[in-house]
Design a protein around this ligand. Structure first.
Ligand SMILES: Cc1cc2nc3c(=O)[nH]c(=O)nc-3n(C[C@H](O)[C@H](O)[C@H](O)COP(=O)(O)OP(=O)(O)OC[C@H]3O[C@@H](n4cnc5c(N)ncnc54)[C@H](O)[C@@H]3O)c2cc1C
Length: 419
């Protein structure tokens, strides 16, 4: 069976849903093909920074009743520091958290309400290419329990298939090994910490008693996600995508054995298994547009090396991809359409390329535990420095205007070659 649309989006996560929403809002025939069936889980910390919330506001997503957070509490070097989300022109001063099972379902519904079509239980297996030009003009897929073969054709195809980026890989867009890659594991607990209004980040994880044992590599987080639940996870970062060789399950068990008993992070209170996945960072897969195929979100390696956040960038890249495709679809020839869509990689690089280059430098520094330890020990107790670091690490700064911190970060991001 063959179906056709103006745009086929592979994957209905935040990046795919955002692209589909904006395309449908502009009146285009957009078809999302998704291998899972919503609502489905996605391994994630479920944290939404103000940058992500700004994207949700843009899309008109109703977030009533979602867990709200007011800032970030950071533990490390014997210190505990709380920094509220900054007051900015370009984003709100609060974050949110929602389990991905709910979050992704809400987003894809939003895209459907706008007019996007969704086919679930469809796994895309490869590209269909124009026999003469090699342009990607469709995808092959297997659908339903019988794995029946399908084809979907469109002038533009978006790979929003997440970290596996199967489609992009099959057309030869391999991940770059010189870009940082994260690995993170998470689970949920019923816990009194679910009442906490701050996101929590643990920059030092101890093998045994905090301060009186060895430090483990990596960092941890605790985010209240509503309904009495907290998302608890840990991860590590490698500046060059080499496997870390770390035993994340053992690290998690060690960490849990040493957190305060009143947090209730016990087996009885655990909801769901500890599960992990990779985080592709700093544009580790490119080009973001060529030959009819755009990459958005994790498929384009858009997770921040600073903090492992990927949802804001998935939403943002989906929006920008939709904008450029909308321009292209109004043009008469393939070459003029391509010229319009080539705006997409330029826009996303202008927005994030410098920032991600700074993130690559950051990743190289903090993967050395002695540097991380020094930063934590001497940096955390300095409130102004911490406010600056929070803006930098969470990408919560105004790109234009703002205070001296915003202007400094923007100047640094302009000064480095773009990723
Ligand atoms: C443990 C962990 C914690 C994290 N915590 C945070 C956090 O707190 N905040 C944050 O902002 N980011 C976090 N991230 C990153 C975040 O999860 C991703 O950046 C985000 O999900 C990217 O969205 P996406 O739409 O690009 O991809 P995904 O969310 O992965 O969606 C891809 C979709 O494509 C579908 N798909 C894949 N292949 C195919 C195929 N061949 N055919 C059809 N469909 C396909 C999948 O089923 C899926 O629905 C975390 C990641 C991990 C691993």
């Amino acid at each position: 069976m063959t179906d056709a649309a103006e745009v086929v989006v592979v994957g209905g996560g935040p990046a795919g849903a955002s692209a589909a929403y904006y395309l449908a809002m502009a009146g285009h025939d957009v078809l999302v093909v998704e291998k899972a069936t919503f609502p489905r889980d996605k391994i994630c910390g479920d944290g939404l920074t103000p940058r992500a919330v700004a994207e949700l506001i843009r899309m008109g997503v109703d977030t009533t009743g979602w867990a709200r957070n007011t800032g970030l509490r950071t533990y490390g070097g014997g210190h505990c520091v709380e920094v509220p989300w900054p007051e900015l022109a370009s984003m709100p001063n609060y974050g949110l958290a929602a389990p991905r099972e709910t979050f992704d379902d809400v987003l894809i519904e939003k895209a459907k309400e706008a007019g996007a079509r969704l086919e679930e239980g469809v796994t895309v297996t490869g590209p269909i290419r124009h026999e003469r030009t090699g342009r990607v003009i469709g995808v092959t897929a297997k659908a339903g329990p019988g794995r029946e073969p399908r084809e979907y054709r469109a002038p533009f195809i978006i790979d929003a298939g997440g970290v596996s980026a199967r489609l992009a890989t099959t057309v030869g867009r391999q991940k770059a090994m010189n870009r940082p890659m994260g690995v993170a594991y998470r689970t949920y607990f019923q816990s009194p910490q679910a009442e906490d209004s701050m996101m929590e980040s643990h920059l030092e994880l101890w093998e045994g008693k905090p301060g009186a044992s060895d430090l483990m590599p990596g960092y941890g987080w605790i985010f209240a996600v509503g309904d009495g639940l907290v998302n608890v996870g840990l991860g590590s970062l490698s500046s060059n995508a080499q496997p870390s060789g770390l035993d994340y399950r053992a690290m998690f068990a060690n960490w849990m054995a040493n957190v305060p008993a009143e947090w209730g992070f016990t087996e009885e209170n655990q909801v769901g298994k500890l599960r992990g996945a990779a985080l592709p960072m700093a544009f580790n897969r490119k080009p973001h547009y060529a030959d009819g195929l755009l990459l958005v979100g994790d498929a384009g390696g858009m997770v921040s090396p600073f903090n492992g956040e990927g949802i804001a960038y998935a939403l943002q890249s989906g929006r920008m991809a939709a904008d450029s495709i909308g321009q292209a679809l109004a043009r008469p020839t393939v070459s003029s359409m391509d010229a319009a869509v080539s705006e997409y990689p330029r826009m996303i690089r202008d927005e994030l390329g410098g920032y991600y280059s700074l993130g690559r430098i950051f990743a190289t520094l903090i993967e050395r535990p002695e540097i991380m330890h020094l930063c934590v020990k001497y940096g955390l107790p300095r409130p102004t420095l911490m406010r600056f670091v929070m803006k930098l690490l969470s990408d919560c700064y105004d790109r234009t205007g703002g205070d001296w911190m915003d202007r400094t970060i923007a100047a640094l991001a302009k000064a480095v070659p773009k990723a």
